[in-house]
Design a protein around this ligand. Sequence first.
Ligand SMILES: [Zn+2]
Length: 303
Amino acid sequence: MSCVQKCDFLITLLVAHLLTSTTASQMVPALVIIDVQKCFLKGGNLAVTDGDAVINVINRIRTTWREVFKLVVLTKDWHCQHHVSFASSHEDYSPFSDITLRYNSQGQLCDDEGTNVPSTVTCSLDETTKAVEQKLWPDHCIANVTTGGASSEIAEGLVTTRTDIFVLKGDNCQRDSYSAVWDNGNFTVTKLPEILKSNHVTTVYLVGLALDYCVFETAMDIKQLGYETYVVRDATRAVAEDTGMSAVSTMRSAGVKVIMTADLNGLLSSRTETSFSRNSQATPSPVILLLSVSLIMAATLKL
Ligand SMILES: [Zn+2]
């Protein structure tokens, strides 16, 4: 084989490898906006302190990175009128108190005394049941309610577009769902994992309310599903400071990256321009190095 032939062969290999490696390292990001609904904002029955402040931050992220976040998912807490998470659905319980719920093996809520949730079932004492700890909340985010403190409407002023995808959570009357993936008893999964999978998403950026409950639980589940997971801290607010700090610590331990909006410049800019990961640009692989050396040697021998 002449040098010209060798060079052609090596160049073909090099190009093939470059194409393969860049395709494999391509990042496909999704922005998931958790529960930015009126019930969690000023005037809402479960208003998160300073929750309204996330609206402008999220809008800015959407505007700045419009070309990067082709997929934007908005979740909605979406409860029936006598939802299991409402203190009003349990006699002698007040908002923010805790209760232990029992479910049978089919995930149906047991008919424990004083519970007014619809369609509960009788669970015999010898039946195996699953206990789920539940914090009770004021009535909030009731499905299709558009006015008053329990409104489930998306916040006025939050930018949405025609292509946004909405995912409902907590829409089973007997189960609460902090996570936008699994309900609190891990009985059922939402359509979010399928949406991420079918759009070939690799990296999920989470924003919204509240940091210490729904953002936290969603981030942990998304990470567990194998996605590179980011929480944009200044685009969230917590129900309480201590639980917010605890959530951040737990997420970081689990490998979730907790960042600020300003960090998006470094994370997304280079990927926008090239569609390739920063690592693939910065560090040539051993195969590329070997082929490059071979090309130089072949050219040298010919000379
Ligand atoms: Zn809820």
